[in-house]
Design a protein around this ligand. Structure first.
Ligand SMILES: [Zn+2]
Length: 325
């Protein structure tokens, strides 16, 4: 079976208890920072409900007809709605199809299950079309919404779901898990520090040269602030990467620079490995300027979820930084 991650055992047992008592709600909202495996949890829960011979802990067997259909992506009682491309909105048509699907009777005489992820990427029309299904759910239907940003959901949607809150595990537990996953590159403490303590995000940082990209990006940013790099060229190159992640780095660097500026020797930084580089940049700028850039980076983060042109958005931000504002 797909393994329930160690820090998900509490939420898993909670759901299984409700299932055993016949009190599983019609809509669950899986909420928590990115990198805790919420979608994986929702999928495992869906599979376990469609499994004819779940194990003692309620997990799917992996071999029955229901499990095989689920794993092949062809189970007729399961559907998911997601954006066509990462970062784009979930279209209203996908949600309408999903609601229609939930209204029909199950093909296998069991649950009908739908997963919407990331649920915060439903646009207003899509979210509104989900409301009727949430208000008048069909019997034996379960809607699983997955989000790292519950506040971006319509309050009317949120209030009709029961929330399962996922939390990052204690640091020592997360370090042991990362080591067990052989996250060879990078120091586990640093990886967790860069990822809000979320183990799957930390594991992703250990792979694919993302830590090296982060260093290149900081050098790039430093060159731009020193007037050695054109903001338009910088924006062009940044726009080719994972913009949402780069903005999170910018936010983290500025938070650390402000700490370095106002506390003599801050005991903890989000980017402990970049302490001396960040100190060098911070020394050349006032706290006020750093706060202004932090605010601008946070606004950028909120905009990165909208259809606004990414390159233009980065150009505006970087040109502002290069001009000293
Ligand atoms: Zn099974």
């Amino acid at each position: 079976m797909t393994e329930i991650l160690p820090w998900q055992r509490g939420p898993w047992q909670g759901v299984q208890k409700r299932r055993a008592a016949g009190r599983l709600p019609h809509a669950l909202l899986c909420s928590g920072v990115a990198g805790l495996g919420k979608l994986r949890f929702a999928n495992t829960l869906a599979q376990s409900l469609l499994c004819s011979t779940p194990d003692g802990a309620g997990g799917p067997c992996g071999t029955c007809c229901g499990c095989r259909l689920f794993l092949a992506g062809t189970h007729p009682d399961f559907k998911r709605a997601e954006p066509d491309e990462p970062g784009k909105p979930i279209k209203v048509d996908s949600i309408r199809e999903l609601c229609e699907f939930l209204a029909y009777t199950s093909q296998y005489n069991g649950y009908k299950i739908a997963v919407v992820a990331p649920a915060d990427q439903m646009n207003a029309n899509a979210a509104n079309s989900l409301l009727k299904t949430l208000e008048e759910p069909s019997p034996n239907s379960l809607l699983l919404l997955v989000t790292a940003y519950p506040s971006r959901l319509l309050a009317t949607v949120r209030s009709r779901c029961q929330t399962i809150a996922f939390h990052a595990p204690p640091r020592s537990e997360a370090v042991s898990w990362l080591v067990s996953q052989r996250a060879g590159q990078g120091n586990p403490e640093l990886l967790l520090s860069l990822s809000d303590g979320a183990p799957l995000k930390a594991l992703a940082y250990a792979e694919g040269g993302r830590l090296a990209n982060r260093l290149t990006l900081l050098d790039n940013y430093q060159q731009l602030l020193n007037g050695h790099l054109d903001p338009i060229l910088a924006a062009e190159s940044w726009a080719k990467g994972d913009v949402a992640e780069q903005i999170q780095w910018l936010i983290g660097w500025h938070m650390d620079m402000i700490r370095l500026k106002i506390i003599v020797d801050p005991p903890r930084l989000l980017n402990p490995d970049l302490r001396s580089k960040l100190q060098t940049i911070a020394a050349r700028h006032s706290v006020r300027t750093l706060y202004r850039r932090l605010d601008a980076a946070m606004r950028l983060s909120a905009l990165s979820n909208t259809p606004i042109n990414t390159q233009w958005m980065l150009e505006t931000f970087l040109a502002g930084c290069a001009s000293g504002s």
